[in-house]
Design a protein around this ligand. Structure first.
Ligand code: PBG
Length: 339
């Protein structure tokens, strides 16, 4: 602790002066304020989600996510150039396949939408390519895995792992730099790491959706990626929003199994968890500022109730302040500071 200052006495105030001795406002003046800022958003921290749609030939706006769209494969490279121009250099790809089935087989098809997207982006751009590895957009029931043979309403963890391996390897083969499994299956990181290594992709990284809550904030995404479950919900695989200790347990399992980056999702309602995970592990931590978080800001902005740009910036900055090294956000291009 510093000794109390006696400036007040030097300045001629009496011992019982009510004037403050410390004045933090000095560092809030123009010129110095920016220099002492502890947290700034850098384009290098941001990852832009992109939706590639095999069922359309035109860019299709997503109602609940103003300004965001599903992009047909033929427009993807052009869309990617917009991302690059903004200053963002990484994207996470979500696919809407041309057809769905019980097992989600279009997810690992050689000519699947993500495989094709990777081929084009790899050839035409320098973007860092991350792929979401999950089955919910590919199964006709919309769950993140194959269903139990007997019960038919719950996801069979171990049978799903085999499919996730196939998807991950097919993405690596098509040119992915990093694989992001989002299905919250137990053991998914270890299984995928071994599959990538055995198939000759030891350099392809894994960003695990390690701490993914069962959240109502994913609502708009389900419209965007057409992945709402046809029955039941995802509580039997995604985390209970009330749980904090369990987040560390989930993160630890994924780190032990070889995750290169661990993610917390959603971001804003879970900033305490981002901080917990950041403090407990030494791997980079990502946070996903999800569709519902985006939609709320856009909706209030449209009505003139909030200053959209300022709120977006403050929100993403708070995610970084909480400890996220990487931030997946639909505001990425707006905040990157490029063209
Ligand atoms: C797929 C997946 C989801 C999101 C990312 N990957 C949906 C879900 O789990 O329900 C949500 C992203 C967002 O809301 O922006 N499993």
């Amino acid at each position: 602790m510093r000794e109390p200052r006696n400036d007040a006495v030097l300045a001629g105030h009496g011992e019982d002066s009510t004037m403050p001795e410390d004045r933090p406002r000095r560092l809030r003046r123009e010129g110095i304020r920016q220099m002492v800022s502890e947290t700034t958003i850098d384009a290098n921290d941001l990852i832009a989600p992109l939706f590639v749609d095999a069922t359309t030939t035109e860019r299709t706006p997503i109602d609940a996510m103003p300004g965001r769209e599903r992009v047909p494969i033929d427009e993807l490279v052009e869309r990617a150039r917009e991302v690059t121009a903004s200053g963002v250099s990484a994207v996470v790809l979500f696919g809407i396949p041309r057809s769905k089935d019980e097992r989600g087989s279009r997810a690992w098809a050689v000519d699947g939408i993500i495989q094709e997207a990777l081929g084009r982006l790899r050839a035409e751009t320098d973007l860092f390519l991350i792929t979401d590895v999950c089955l919910c957009e590919y199964t006709d029931h919309g769950h993140c895995g194959v269903l139990d043979e007997d019960g038919d309403t719950t996801v069979d963890n171990d049978a799903t792992l085999e499919l996730l391996e196939k998807i991950a390897v097919s993405h690596a083969q098509a040119g992915a730099d990093m694989i992001a499994p989002s299905g919250m299956m137990d053991g998914m990181i270890g299984t995928i790491r071994s599959a990538l290594d055995e198939n000759g992709y030891p350099d392809v990284a894994i960003m695990s959706y390690a701490v993914k809550y069962h959240s109502a904030f994913y609502g708009p995404f389900r419209e965007a990626a057409d992945g709402a479950p046809a029955f039941g919900d995802r509580r039997h695989y995604q985390m209970d929003p009330g749980n904090r200790r369990e987040a560390l347990r989930e993160a630890r399992l994924d780190v032990e199994q070889g995750a290169d980056v661990i993610m917390v999702k959603p971001a804003l309602p879970y900033l305490d968890i981002v901080r917990d995970v950041r403090d407990a592990f030494d791997v980079p931590v990502a946070a996903y500022n999800v569709s519902g978080e985006y939609a709320m800001v856009e909706a209030a902005g449209e009505r003139g109730w909030l200053d959209r740009d300022a709120v977006a910036k403050e929100a993403v900055r708070s995610i970084k302040r909480a400890g996220a090294d990487l931030i997946l956000t639909y505001f990425a291009e707006d905040l990157a500071g490029g063209e």
